[in-house]
Ligand binder design. Structure first.
Ligand code: ZN
Ligand code: ZN
Ligand code: ZN
Length: 563
């Protein structure tokens, strides 16, 4: 008798075959997650996970690093690297070329006006103290999200709740079918979380109750001091420097007394904007997210729910203080405590190992140009208003006086196509003329025409990133890239030595290299240096949750998670 075919070996064989079908999670807990938590830390650079590590607690970022899976080489595969595009790409699993969110705002060629990524004039704000304020919706998003696929696949038994301080940070991750998206209103209903008639006709009780606590106002009455003694912030440059934007009256230094600052901002009716760059804004959002878990009973049954959280303070503060500041370091130290609080709450409410969490960012940021200049790293200012003037003059000389430039926001040039056709000119050749002219301007490294992007396939470098960010219907006639380290500024007189604060949006690594961590249900500890993209997140979740891929998906599942 063949020794191999005995009953014990058959059992082993069957277990092996079954095991290969259910390999996700390495057998430990192959049951599907009760809740998927997607965290975006707006403007988080990959190094910020490690740079402040000595000051992080054991229960926040370090817990995720210790027990979870770390993709250390995660890079966006398109430009522009801005908030709306990043949030859309993470949840749709594809790039702006496909999902259509080519910026936070862009010039709408057909309506001849600027439009926002979440603009929808047919909906109103819900929860606003004033009546009939325009709301926001995912109408401009052209493809489905992983959250949409989850909702459709479970015949809407799954709940999807999306929260952020920014409207786009909540609306875009939630996709077209979110149960609800909530964001922090600063204008019409200051300090309250609001939603849109796209989702609901009135706020649920728990949101109204949360608003009635007036937490935003309470947080604005606090003083922001560093978490540790300020002398210990050796990871950052000195608090008082010429690089940071000055918020008070004299210097960009601690302590930030919001009680005093808010009076100044109140005059301009934007006092609640300050929570956008105070660490208390992250605390407020964490409290709101935990309230959502409790009151919406997220992760309480066998049907997988989804919660998307986008922390915006890191971005607003990053713009003001730059990634090398004590202010940003302190915001990350404090965010680490928020993450710790959130994880403990999820452990308690949903259960350890019952939820699956990923953490990433929508883009990074370049250090402040004046700082780079001082330390002799290549940098400069691209004076965009000057480019527009020079180009208009050039086209007037070449083709006769007309309004040749319909819109030029720095990266994208929209030509006046009606004028071009009226004069009997070839669109392609005017595009090429404009591109050739722009490349000669200081700070511009390259200019691709719409014609080139439609007729060539770029497979490497910045050109590939530009192409992935290019949408034929929505993008401009010429797309520009700048030299590495350069920042755009409308002020045509500004010198690099006097630049304060910073931006993002390029295809360079300081903007594309972001963290990507996975933690919880089915995730084993590990790390990979394989180059991956946040665009891979949606298809990874698709495979884990056994869904249909989002409609425009172009990413690939992160195979290391499926050993
Ligand atoms: Zn952002
Ligand atoms: Zn400072
Ligand atoms: Zn930003």
């Amino acid at each position: 008798m063949n020794n191999f075919i005995n009953s014990k070996n058959i059992v082993v064989l069957i277990v092996h075959i079954i095991g290969s079908y259910f390999s996700y999670g390495q057998t430990e807990d192959s049951k599907k997650p009760k809740l998927v938590v997607g965290i975006i830390v707006d403007q988080m650079r990959a190094e910020q996970l490690y740079r402040y590590e000595a000051k992080y607690s054991e229960d926040g970022f370090k817990r995720i690093l210790r027990d979870g899976f770390n993709y250390k080489n995660t890079q966006y595969n398109y430009s522009p690297t801005v908030t709306a595009s990043g949030h859309s790409s993470i949840y749709t699993g594809t790039t702006p070329s496909m999902h259509g969110i080519i910026g936070n705002n862009w010039h709408d060629r057909y309506k001849k006006k600027y439009t926002s990524s979440v603009e929808d004039t047919t909906v109103v704000l819900i929860g606003s103290k004033k009546q009939n304020n325009t709301g926001a919706s995912p109408k401009q998003l052209l493809t489905t999200t992983i959250s949409d696929q989850l909702r459709m696949s479970t015949n809407f038994r799954s709940k999807v709740i999306s929260v952020s301080l920014k409207d786009r940070g909540a609306v875009l991750p939630g996709g077209h079918l979110a149960t609800a998206a909530y964001w922090h209103d600063i204008e019409t209903s200051p300090g309250y979380f609001v939603s849109s008639s796209y989702y609901m006709n009135e706020l649920p009780n728990w949101v109204s109750t949360f608003n009635k606590l007036e937490k935003s106002s309470t947080y604005l009455d606090t003083v922001w001091n560093t978490f540790y003694p300020i002398e210990s912030y050796t990871e950052s440059y000195g608090d008082n420097n010429k690089y940071e934007v000055v918020l008070g009256d004299d210097s960009p230094t601690f302590p930030y007394d919001f009680k005093i600052l808010r009076k100044k901002y109140r005059k301009r009716n934007i006092e609640y904007l300050m929570l956008g760059f105070s660490p208390a804004g992250n605390t407020l959002l964490t409290e709101f997210a935990m309230d959502a878990i409790k009151n919406e009973e997220l992760g309480s049954d066998e049907e997988t729910d989804m919660l998307t959280i986008s922390y915006s303070v890191t971005d607003k503060a990053g713009h003001l203080f730059g990634p090398n500041s004590v202010e940003i370091e302190d915001i990350y130290i404090r965010l680490d405590h928020e993450i710790s609080t959130l994880l403990k709450y999820l452990d308690k409410k949903v259960g350890k190992g019952e939820y699956l969490l990923f953490l990433t960012s929508d883009h990074g940021a370049v250090p402040i140009a004046s700082y780079l200049n001082d330390i002799k790293v290549p940098t400069g200012v691209a004076r965009t208003a000057k480019f527009k003037d020079n180009l208009s003059k050039y086209l007037n000389t070449k083709y006769g006086e007309d309004l040749w430039v319909q819109n030029f926001d720095g990266n994208q040039l929209y030509l006046n196509r009606i004028a071009i056709y009226k004069k009997g000119l070839q669109l392609e050749s005017v595009q090429q003329d404009a591109a050739n002219f722009l490349v000669d301007q200081e700070g511009i490294s390259g200019a691709l025409t719409a014609y080139q992007l439609q007729t060539s396939q770029y497979t490497s470098g910045l050109r590939e990133l530009v192409q992935n960010g290019y949408n034929q219907k929505r993008s401009g006639d010429v797309i520009i890239t700048f030299n590495a380290g350069f920042v755009q500024d409308d002020d045509s007189e500004i010198e690099v030595s006097s630049v304060q604060g910073t931006i993002h949006g390029s295809g360079y690594s300081y903007d594309t290299h972001v963290p990507l961590l996975w933690f919880g249900n089915g995730i084993s500890h590990g790390e990979s240096v394989r180059k991956v993209s946040p665009v891979d997140i949606a298809s990874t979740l698709t495979m884990i949750l056994n869904l249909q891929l989002p409609s425009g998906n172009s990413g690939s599942p992160l195979r290391e998670l499926f050993k």
